[in-house]
Design a protein. Structure first.
Length: 308
């Protein structure tokens, strides 16, 4: 129900709405597949966007997300709090409750969160908290505050999700590895895919995972990392080929610590909006065997989000 006098929101100029009619994938995901990185935006009239937000998206509520889930043949979702909602997790929690056991959540937390609120979030299906250190998207919380939050969620068995730019890993690594939880890195730490796979930048991320068995990686968002872009509309389903070697390397090197997600509804893209069906077909190129596919799509997210 829309609240009386609910604020009206206008999308950020130039905002790209999600694909209106994504294709049905040719790759058939295994039963139990989890989209481990997606969002809900509003609707703003029901779940207002945060006053401190740095962008205003199109509405993309739970019904749209669940329709996409079914169209792609996916079984479950992990819904990650969007920065446009700040630390107001009501839209996310509403989606979790509507999905029942078919969804889990990753929230953003205020330092003033109470134990009772954490318990309520856990009961709704929340299993992680997101630390976003991209200053262009959200104001950065001091590390002391993030450490305090991590200490609060560790007894619940939650983990921390982090989003950063690849050049910042050297500075951030000691902080991440000091946290008392598993750490899940969004979008492979955003590697520069024009640089060599065996070069120093990606090599640092690989060593980060090798040396710290509590670190996981999401092999998601090729549309954000690609320079080549999607294929021409010629029937070819192998999109974002320049990202494939990086994601495949992580899937094969760390098969039990990788996750995949669509990132729907793809916030803050500038040049094109991906076809989510092509993103599913991308999986077959980064996880070439049935064993790797099942680990990436079913076993790993189930262990991290549905173990209790």
């Amino acid at each position: 129900m829309t609240e009386p006098n609910a604020p009206a929101f206008e999308m950020t100029p130039g905002w790209l709405p999600f694909h209106p009619d994504p294709s049905v994938p040719t790759f058939r995901v295994p039963p139990g597949t989890v989209d481990a990185h997606c969002h809900v935006f509003g609707p703003g009239a029901e779940f207002p966007y945060a006053p401190e937000r740095k962008y205003t998206p199109c509405d993309a509520g739970k019904d749209r997300l669940f329709a996409l889930r079914d169209r792609l043949g996916i079984s479950r979702n992990v819904i990650v709090q969007a920065t446009c909602h700040g630390t107001d997790n009501r839209a996310l929690v509403d989606a979790l409750r509507a999905a029942g056991d078919r969804a889990r959540g990753v929230v953003s937390l205020d330092l003033a969160v109470t134990d009772a609120e954490l318990a309520e979030l856990h009961a709704a299906g929340v299993r992680g908290v997101r630390f976003n250190v991209l200053r262009r998207l959200v104001d950065f919380t001091p590390r002391e505050g993030l450490e305090a939050i991590a200490a609060r969620i560790a007894p619940l068995g939650w983990h921390v999700v982090v989003y950063f730019e690849a050049p910042d890993l050297e500075e951030l690594e000691p902080f991440f590895t000091s946290l008392p939880t598993d750490v899940v890195v969004d979008h492979m730490g955003r590697p520069d895919v024009t640089r060599p796979l065996d070069g120093p930048e990606f090599g640092r991320f690989v060593r980060f995972m090798e040396q710290h068995p509590t670190v996981w990686a999401k092999v998601s968002c090729p549309e954000r990392l690609s320079v080549a872009g999607p294929p021409a509309l010629d029937g070819e389903r192998n999109a974002y080929r320049d990202v494939v070697p990086f994601a495949r390397f992580l899937v094969e090197r760390f098969p039990d610590r990788v996750l995949w997600g669509t990132d729907w509804p793809h916030p803050n893209l500038r040049d094109h909006m991906p076809d989510d069906g092509l993103l599913v077909d991308h999986i077959a190129h980064i996880a070439p065997t049935a064993e790797l596919q099942r680990a990436l799509l079913v076993d790993n997210p189930t262990r991290l989000y549905w173990s209790d």
